[in-house]
Ligand binder design. Structure first.
Ligand code: WTA
Length: 661
């Protein structure tokens, strides 16, 4: 076995305890395997059964899957339903109706609660207000809201009248908002005067004004403004209305509009590897089924749970696991307005204790930054809070390095909570490869096995299967209910990006590299395909090198690795490193860089040694916490930055990282 392969072998295995297995909905591996088998033996019958059991249909579907226009697959097409009715009305007349749907904690720590019944009234009233604005079924509505109950209400109200929402994360610029309004042909914007983050009032309505002033938003007729704070904002007569104005006199009863299962519930823009952001279009029936089902499968949600997904509604995770999944499951969830480091970096742990959170779902990036904080300041270490209410932990959005996984397992999960490392994408609608908490033995850094019915595989460039133990491209061989339906307004790009002809045109190409373990067939995501480096003919995952660097736990807090062209070796490895101590300069920096090179050589092999090492106080990240690797590639190459850096949290550090040792 080569040195590179050896780093991929993670020997620690954490099976769920017997008690957890016993109590779980999918109890033990045989139960998981039975579901997989059912899906393999009768693919359509399997999905039809689940769709009947988990979704309330106004009109039952008669055909499960239509593949005649593949890859434009259609699920449950002649069925009719309403997504909001499946999240709210369904619970009325059951014990859930008076249960708390949302516990909201604001930036300043104020807590409010809303029951299912109250939420239904609020959504219905808002839906009536949308109708009064002339918004109807099929119209697109852009949502640009802070985290909170009103954001969820806005999305649910759109769903209730059959309007298609397109949520844009509150950290995106006016230019991005304008482009999305135009691309989606939005007729209305739902926004707030301000959002509160870290004790600061940040303008949202002002950004909408700026976006609209850029011109071209000809379809847009109205702007509804939630007054989050008492500070007034600019209002344009005839176009803009506050929520209070729009809601005045509206009834809190509104019949949900049944839509066809394939009706677009939402469009969510996400970056592709090239070109402008693409509007990922999702369906209503298949998407909703998946949101509900994965709450049951992946989180094993129970009536007494307090579920907390920290994602913003501006991202897919906030759609599926804040707006739709928890409500469809009848769960009580916590929604948090603020940021994890305000007023201190123990906020998450404090909130888990305070609200007795039982399922906690967050991003590896957040975990890593809180590890760093806890290691510099004992007072914000999770051990200062009682986290015994937790029973399941989850991660999402990027590969989690085994060290962060172990820390999460020990310090947050008290070595008792299964960690579900959920792999999925905006395009998949919900989890596709993930452990099941009451079945799958977990391995740090592995998303383990596909959910039942998800025919995930690893193939080469020609779409041919690759044996376990070797890396390749992650694909899904059969359609699944919550998959992307098309790219809004660009079906050709949809086909090209996700079902490339070179691979036969039938495999869904995830865009990630992955490897399955030779023994247990567990998946490990090695990062985006565009992040795979080739150094002197050796394939290296940037993640492997990053993992090696951060495993030097006495020194390294965070690391990002990219490739840059090199005359001698084809590509060279360039590492951007944040140390646990202050940023070194001069001779000292050179010395530490050497220490790290030798460390990587020791961990993986000399070929993986970073040629360049740059130190920064931080790494360039989007507000959602993703490292902006394309920016790092430019810096590594010594190019001027031409990319859009509007979502960059901390632009000042770019200069530091450009500094050569
Ligand atoms: C990455 C987020 C490793 C992956 C839900 C994917 C992950 C991209 C994981 C999608 C995971 C997400 N392990 N990598 N558990 N989850 N990714 O569209 O590269 O924002 O293609 O959806 O994140 O990001 P997106």
């Amino acid at each position: 076995m080569s040195a590179i392969e050896s780093v991929l072998v993670e020997n620690r295995v954490f099976p769920p305890s017997e008690a957890i297995v016993k109590a779980a909905r999918i109890s033990g591996m045989p139960a998981y395997e039975a579901l997989c088998k059912e899906a393999e033996q009768d693919f359509e019958g399997f999905w039809a059964r689940l769709a009947r059991e988990n979704v309330v249909w106004n009109k039952p579907f008669t055909k499960t899957l239509d593949e005649s226009k593949a890859p434009f697959y259609k699920w449950f097409e002649d069925g009719e339903l309403n997504a909001s009715a499946n999240c709210l009305d369904k619970h009325i007349g059951t014990p859930t109706e008076n249960k708390t749907a949302i516990v909201f904690e604001s930036d300043d720590g104020t807590v409010t609660r809303i029951s299912y019944k109250e939420l239904l009234a609020k959504v219905s009233r808002f839906a009536n207000a949308l109708k009064a604005q002339g918004i109807k079924k099929g119209d697109r509505v852009l949502v640009y809201m802070p985290m909170g109950v009103e954001g969820v209400v806005a999305m649910q109200a759109c769903a209730r009248i059959g309007a298609t929402h397109s949520v844009v994360f509150g950290g995106f610029s006016a230019k991005s908002v304008q482009e999305r309004i135009i691309d989606a042909g939005a007729v209305a914007v739902i926004t707030a005067n301000f959002q509160m983050r870290g004790g600061k009032e940040l303008g949202l309505k002002s950004i909408i004004d700026e976006a609209l002033a850029m011109g071209g938003c000809d379809t847009l007729k109205s702007v509804l403004v939630y007054m989050r704070t008492a500070t007034p904002c600019n209002m344009v007569a005839g176009r803009d209305k506050t929520f209070d104005e729009a809601l005045a006199g509206q009834s809190d009863e509104c019949k949900p509009e049944p839509v066809g299962a394939e009706h677009p519930l939402f469009i969510l823009y996400t970056s592709g590897s090239t070109g402008k952001p693409k509007g990922v279009q999702h369906s209503t029936g298949g998407y909703l089924l998946w949101a509900k089902l994965t709450m049951d499968w992946t989180f094993d949600i129970r009536p007494e749970d307090l579920f907390w997904c920290t994602a913003d509604i501006g991202w897919i995770t906030g759609h599926t696991y804040v707006c739709y999944g928890p409500l469809a499951a009848g769960a009580t969830q916590l929604i948090f307005e603020g940021i994890p480091t305000f007023p201190h970096a123990g906020r998450f742990w404090q909130m888990i204790e305070k609200h007795k959170v039982s399922i906690f779902y967050t991003a590896p990036t957040a975990i890593r930054s809180l590890i760093k904080a806890a290691e510099t300041d004992e007072k914000v270490h999770p051990k200062n809070w009682d986290l015994s209410s937790l029973r399941i932990l989850g991660t999402v959005g990027e590969p989690i390095n085994p060290e962060a996984w172990m820390w999460y397992h020990r310090n947050v999960g008290g070595e008792r909570c299964p960690i579900v490392d959920t792999f999925w994408q905006t395009e998949t609608g919900g989890h596709v490869i993930t452990p099941l908490p009451g079945a799958t033995p977990t391995v740090p850094g592995s998303c383990t096995l596909p959910l039942p019915g998800i025919m995930a595989a690893i193939v080469d460039e020609a779409g041919k299967d690759i044996p376990n133990g070797s890396g390749g491209m992650l694909v899904i061989k059969r359609p699944w209910p919550s998959m992307i339906r098309t790219i809004w307004g660009d079906p050709e790009r949809f086909k090209k990006s996700y079902f490339p002809e070179e691979m036969g045109g039938k495999l869904y190409l995830a865009g990630d590299g992955a490897v399955r373990n030779a023994d247990n067939a567990y998946f490990r995501i090695t990062g985006r395909i565009d992040d795979v480096l080739n150094v002197s003919g050796h394939r290296l995952g940037t993640m492997e090198i990053e993992s090696a660097l951060v495993s030097k736990t006495d020194l390294v807090a965070e690391a990002a690795v990219v490739g840059r062209p090199d005359d001698l070796t084809g590509e060279a490895v360039c590492a951007f490193v944040v140390l646990k101590r202050s940023r070194p300069t001069g001779e000292e920096a050179k010395q530490i860089a050497n220490e790290l090179r030798n460390w990587v050589a020791k961990e993986i092999g000399p070929i993986a040694k970073p040629k360049d090492i740059r130190f920064g106080d931080n790494l360039p990240k989007t507000r959602s916490g993703k490292i902006m690797r394309r920016l790092l590639r430019s810096i590594a190459k010594g190019e001027a930055i031409t990319q859009d850096i509007t979502t960059l949290e901390n632009p000042a550090i770019l200069e530091q990282l450009a500094e050569k040792l």
